[in-house]
Design a binder for this molecule. Sequence first.
Ligand code: SAM
Length: 206
Amino acid sequence: MGLYSTYIFPRFMDWLMSGAEFQRLRSSLLKDVQGEVLEIGFGTGLNLVHYPSDVARLAVADPARFLPQVVAERISAASFPVETHQITAEALPFSDHRFDWVVSTWTLCSVGEPTQALKEVRRVLKPEGHFLFLEHGRSRNESIAAWQQRLNPIQNLIGCGCNLNRRIDQLIDQSGLRIVRLDRFHMETVPRIGGEMYHGWASPNA
Ligand SMILES: C[S@@+](CC[C@H](N)C(=O)[O-])C[C@H]1O[C@@H](n2cnc3c(N)ncnc32)[C@H](O)[C@@H]1O
């Protein structure tokens, strides 16, 4: 990893994504999560303070280790055990049907093979489990979508692999997960090209 991706990007990402609107969305997404939980794309652990104390254990999967000291402090303040795995979501080292909930926030934009990662999510979820997602992606507005397409190569570079133009609902469908609820909206504090949101949950039972 270079200087930018090791030192500059993680600090910028942590600062940007801890803003008030991000915090409000994280809180509302995670309020009902409980039991055995997996988070894919843990980043700097910004979701940790929003999990309810009903979480029995949280496993997290991320190939990067951003801001390790900050993350260690956030983990030690959690009221439940946190298991960290430096791995990609495309190959999860967990047995089938282990988790009650799998959580993904602003992650599917960056995963190399998102459909494969979502197939893994489906495999590790209990049959009655929930896949909770809060992701940015391709706009329904054709003019914005065209700008997302144009600017994607630049975003890929400055966002360390982040894509602006993914159809998150389509990727979830392709994995065999069944979308039960999907809300589309755009964030108020983020430019439309990066703030077109897909929010909801999916079931492993197709
Ligand atoms: C924009 S950050 C979001 C971090 C965190 N989910 C949040 O909400 O603050 C995207 C994260 O996805 C992670 N990521 C990238 N490729 C991944 C993969 N194949 N599997 C799991 N996580 C991945 C990155 O390392 C990064 O931590």
